[in-house]
Design a protein around this ligand. Structure first.
Ligand SMILES: Cc1cc2nc3c(=O)[nH]c(=O)nc-3n(C[C@H](O)[C@H](O)[C@H](O)COP(=O)(O)O)c2cc1C
Length: 168
């Protein structure tokens, strides 16, 4: 199953790290929200949407891109985000918008990301080193669950007329 990854990552590239881990795992393509047109989405069997969180909300350019999309016919999707708190609530508006558009959101992942908002900048921020290796593995697993037939896990279809053989 081919995976398109639409990623809005504007502060430190935190969310982009998750997107790249997903792409590497299943051979997916990462694009910016402006490139997520209806035509491009139609060429892929599943879509992952990722965002950083600003003042409790997903990034506006990603929300605007979703709003522009044509109605979807139950296209499989997942949502992922990074934020200071690493909470799903930060991307909840994105999940709601995707469901309203006709996507079937199968799974979600929220991770902590380096956060330098306001005075945190004076101390070099919080969540240094996040997302970490474990979170990148979680992102890769999320991609695998959504797009199980990608290059990393390709399963050959049985030829016509083949019968199931018991395992030795
Ligand atoms: C102006 C600003 C506002 C932010 N607001 C929130 C917030 O409301 N909740 C939160 O958990 N993190 C917040 N953050 C932290 C970011 O969500 C976090 O750094 C995220 O990983 C950035 O992702 P990106 O590097 O992919 O853009 C904020 C950061 C900035 C700079």
């Amino acid at each position: 199953m081919s995976l398109l990854i639409v990623c809005a990552s504007q502060e430190h590239g935190n969310t982009r790290k998750l997107a790249d881990a997903m792409a590497k795992e299943v051979g997916g393509v990462v694009v910016a929200p402006a490139e997520a047109t209806g035509e491009r989405i139609a060429k892929h069997e599943a879509v992952a949407f990722g965002t950083g969180v600003r003042f409790g909300s997903p990034y506006p350019d990603l929300m605007a891109a979703v709003a522009r999309l044509p109605r979807q016919d139950a296209k499989p999707a997942v949502v992922f985000s990074t934020s200071g708190f690493g909470w799903r609530g930060g991307h909840a508006a994105l999940t709601r918008a995707l469901r309203a558009k006709g996507f079937v959101v199968r799974d979600e992942l929220a991770c902590k990301g380096l956060d330098t908002v306001g005075p945190l900048k004076l101390f070099g921020g919080v969540n240094k080193g996040r997302p970490d290796a474990g979170e990148l593995r979680a992102a890769a697993a999320l991609a695998r669950r959504l797009a199980p037939a990608g290059p990393a896990t390709t399963v050959a279809a049985p030829s016509a007329g083949a019968s199931a053989q018991p395992h030795a």
